[in-house]
Design a binder for this molecule. Sequence first.
Ligand SMILES: [Zn+2]
Length: 280
Amino acid sequence: MLWRDRILRLEELILFRLWQLSLCLLLEVGGELMSRINGFVGRRNFLKLAGVGSLGIGATAAANVILNGEQAAAQQQSNTEKKPQAPKPVDPQAALTRILEGNKRFIEGRRLNPNQSKLRLQETAEAQYPFASILGCADSRVPAEIVFDQGLGDLFVVRLAGNVASDTAIGSLEFASAVLGSQLIVVVGHAKCGAVSAAVKGDPLPGRLSSFVEEIKPAVESVRNKTGNLIENSIAANVQYQVAKLTESSTILKGLVKEGKLKVVGGRYDLATGKFTLVT
Ligand SMILES: [Zn+2]
């Protein structure tokens, strides 16, 4: 029995070893096979992620929207709905006439208060096409829309003490002219302008008050020896100086003027009568 048991155990051991060997071979061959399968599956997934195959159309459309941004979106929108066309820009001379007629209505007490309806409010919420731009003084007595009898979306208004053509003002007006299509800039000076008076006096000023005064001083110096009232002369000179500065220091505005797509004028507003008179 002892020998028989030993032989049986030996047979079991041999069988076990053979089984181990076959299992190893199977795993090796199977492993290679599995790696090939995995590689194939991986490639398919990669192709799908790359937008080729069944996912291709959707992925390409999405990429177009991302890459082309507004253009692709606008194209999609134009296919589904037609946007209302932007009105044609008002030419410089017609825009000036509109401004002067509005001021005439104001001083004669015939204001129309145009473009102030709820409909106009809704229209201008979508887009703006101001027909003219104003560079006026921040003085509370010279509100552009009232004194020129205009409404919502009509005027692109920049107001700073002394109606100075600062860098920020020029940038804003470049936007109005080059982007929004406004073809007229009106520099609006006014009687009894505190900023011009401060520039004439030339006293040291606290805080940042001197910032705009410095921008008026060259205009004051240009008329200091002129006969007549220095402050009145300076108000007119300041308007002319800021008009010149707008076109001389801005290549965008200068270019538009050259092309006939922009006119820059200036005038003086009288606080007592409300009348606006051109000085350039
Ligand atoms: Zn002023």
